[in-house]
Design a protein around this ligand. Structure first.
Ligand code: FAD
Length: 482
C-alpha cells in the first residue's frame, strides 16, 4: 500500500515532469519566503512551492493535487495581512509567472490581465494607454492582481472608484476539480443568472484559483489638488467630509483620517517628514480632489470650501499642496503611518468598517473604551474615513512589555468588535478574514450567512482542498494534509 510520503513523492515527480524542475521547488531556502507572511504572525509548512507559467499549467496542478488529495494554498505577492496565504501542509501555488497583460480595449475601457501581474504594472499599462486603473495600496509594488481580487482589496481610492469588486467585469478561474471557468466578459450588463465572479472575489483562495480578470479603466485625472487639514475632533472631520462631498461630488477622490498621535509618530520616525501645519491638532484629514478635465478649477473649489469651514470654526487650519511634489509629500505622511507604528512597540490592529455616518462616533467611542480598559494605551485610529473604513490600531503604553501587551489582543478585539457590531459594521473591512479573524467571523456574522458560506464552500470545493481552514471551516481536516 502506498504511503502518504510516496504519494506526495509521486505528485511532485508528476508536477516536475510537466512544469520543469525550476517551477517545482522543494528546498528549504526556496520554500522559506512562502511560509511566512508580512507581519510574521504565522509560520506555515508545505511540500513544495509550485510556479506554473499559464492557465493550463495551473489547471494541471489543481487536477493532480485533487487526484492526490493534497491541499493548495494560492499565493500572489504574499502581502496579505491576515495569514490567508500561509500553508498548513500541501503545496503553495504561486501565480507570479502568470503576469501577462492580455488585452486593453480603449473603447470598452477595460484591461484583461493575468492574476500574477503586479498591481503597479497594471496601473502603468493603463497609464501608458492614457487611462487610469484606480486601485491604489501602499503594497502596490509587490501585491498581485489575483491577491487583490481574492481579498477584494480596497485602498485609498475606494471613495471614488470602489474596491476590487466594483472594478471587475470578468474573471477566469480554475475550479477545485481542475476545470477552467471562462468568465472573461467585459460586460457592464449581464443578467444571465447568478453573478459568479462575485463569489470568487473576496473568497481568499477558498473557492477557486483566479487566473485572469477583466478590469475597468477610467479617464486619467488631469488635475489634482491635495490638502492637509487640522481640526478639533473626528466629528468636525466628518462635517468637513459632508461639505466637500456636497461641493465636489465625484471629484472628491480621497478623504483620509490621521489622528494627532499618528502624525507625531510619522514625524518622529520617518526620515525627512515635515510637519504640514504650523501647530498640532487632535484630528487631521488628507483630502484629494481630482478631475479628468484639465480646466477644472479644483484648487478654487477646495479653497472656497476650506475657507468657509475655517470661518465657521469647523476646521482650525489647512495647507494645500502647492505642487505635485508637495502633494506627494502629504500623501507620504499618510502612507507611512502603518509602517512607523512598529517603532512604538507592540501594536494591536483592527481593520473595521462602520457606516460613514457613524465613523466619528465609532472612533471616539472605541478610543474611550480602550483607554478606560488600559490607561496609557495609545490609540492610532486612521484610514479611509470617507468610506467608513478605519484601521483602529492600538500602540502599547510606553514602557510596557511588548509581549504582555500583545497577549491582550483578544481582550481588545472583544471591546472594539462589539462596538463595531453594535453599529452595524464589519470586523474585516479590507484585509479579509484569513486565519486571524476566523473565530471573530463565527461570533459576529449572521448565522444564516455562515450557513450559506459553508454550503458554497462544500459545493465548489467538496474535498476541502483549496486553502483549507481559511475564512470558514467546513469541518474535518483536508484528506491528506501533511
Ligand atoms: P497574497 O497575500 O499572496 O494572498 C492574499 C489571499 O489571496 C490569500 O488568501 C491567498 O491564498 C489568496 N490568493 C492570492 N492569489 C490568488 C489567486 N490568484 N486566486 C485565488 N486566491 C488567491 N489591502 C487593502 O485592501 N487595502 C490597503 O490599503 C492595503 N494596504 C496595505 C499596505 C501594506 C504596506 C501591506 C503590506 C498590505 C496592505 N494591504 C492592503 C493588504 C494586501 O496588500 C492586500 O490584501 C493585497 O490585495 C494582497 O495581494 P497579494 O498578491 O499580496 O495576495
Amino acid at each position: 500500500m502506498a504511503t502518504a510520503a510516496s504519494e506526495h513523492g509521486t505528485l511532485i515527480d508528476g508536477l516536475t515532469e510537466r512544469l520543469g524542475a525550476a517551477a517545482v521547488l522543494t528546498g528549504a531556502d526556496d520554500l522559506e519566503p512562502a511560509l511566512t507572511e508580512t507581519r510574521g504572525l504565522y509560520r506555515g509548512r508545505a511540500l513544495a512551492l509550485v510556479r506554473p507559467g499559464d492557465r493550463e499549467e495551473v489547471a494541471f496542478v489543481v487536477r493532480e493535487c485533487a487526484r492526490a488529495g493534497v491541499p493548495i494554498v494560492p499565493q500572489g505577492g504574499n502581502t496579505g495581512l491576515v495569514g490567508g496565504g500561509v500553508p498548513d501542509g500541501g503545496i503553495v501555488l504561486s501565480l507570479a509567472r502568470l503576469d501577462r497583460i492580455r488585452h486593453l480595449d480603449p473603447v470598452n475601457a477595460t484591461i484583461t490581465v493575468e492574476a500574477g501581474c503586479i498591481l503597479r504594472a497594471v496601473q502603468e499599462a493603463a497609464e501608458a494607454a492614457g487611462h487610469l486603473f484606480p486601485l491604489s495600496l501602499a503594497s502596490e509594488g509587490s501585491c498581485r492582481i489575483g491577491g487583490n481580487l481574492a481579498t477584494n482589496a480596497g485602498g485609498t481610492a475606494v471613495l471614488r472608484y470602489g474596491n476590487m469588486r466594483e472594478l471587475t467585469l470578468g474573471l477566469e478561474v480554475v475550479l477545485a476539480d481542475g476545470r477552467v471557468w471562462n468568465g472573461l466578459k467585459g460586460l457592464r450588463k449581464d443578467n444571465t443568472g447568478y453573478d459568479l465572479k462575485d463569489l470568487f472575489i473576496g473568497s481568499e483562495g477558498t473557492l477557486g484559483i483566479i487566473t485572469a480578470a477583466v478590469l475597468k479603466l477610467f479617464p486619467k485625472p488631469r488635475v489634482r489638488v491635495t490638502a492637509f487639514v487640522g481640526c478639533a475632533s473626528p466629528g468636525r472631520a466628518l462635517a468637513l467630509f459632508e461639505r466637500l462631498r456636497e461641493a465636489a461630488g465625484d471629484q472628491l477622490t480621497a478623504f483620509e483620517y490621521i489622528p494627532d498621535f499618528g502624525l507625531e509618530i510619522v514625524l518622529r520616525h520617518r526620515p525627512g517628514a515635515v510637519r504640514p501645519l504650523a501647530g498640532r491638532h487632535p484630528s487631521y484629514a488628507l483630502v484629494e480632489l481630482s478631475s479628468p478635465q484639465a480646466d477644472a478649477d479644483l484648487r478654487g473649489r477646495l479653497e472656497t470650501v476650506l475657507g468657509q469651514a475655517l470661518e465657521d470654526g469647523l476646521i482650525a487650519d489647512a495647507a494645500l499642496g502647492a505642487s505635485e511634489a508637495q502633494s506627494l509629500a502629504l500623501w507620504g505622511l499618510r502612507e507611512s503611518l502603518s509602517e512607523v507604528q512598529r517603532f512604538e512597540g507592540g501594536s494591536i490592529k483592527h481593520d473595521v468598517a462602520v457606516p460613514v455616518s457613524r465613523v466619528a462616533e465609532f472612533i471616539e467611542t472605541a478610543a474611550k473604551a480602550c483607554e478606560a480598559e488600559m490607561p496609557g494605551i495609545r490609540v492610532c485610529a486612521f484610514g479611509h474615513f470617507g468610506d467608513g473604513n478605519i484601521h483602529f490600531n492600538l500602540s502599547q503604553p510606553v514602557g510596557m512589555d511588548r509581549d504582555a501587551f500583545l497577549a491582550e489582543w483578544a481582550r481588545f478585539n472583544r471591546i472594539v468588535h462589539d462596538i463595531v457590531h453594535a453599529m452595524d459594521g464589519s470586523i474585516a473591512a479590507e484585509h479579509g478574514v484569513g486565519l486571524i479573524k476566523r473565530e471573530e467571523l463565527l461570533r459576529y456574522k449572521d448565522p444564516v450567512a455562515l450557513d450559506l458560506m459553508r454550503a458554497l464552500k462544500r459545493t465548489l470545493d467538496p474535498r476541502n482542498l483549496l486553502n483549507p481552514g481559511k475564512v470558514i471551516d467546513i469541518g474535518g481536516p483536508a484528506p491528506s494534509a501533511i
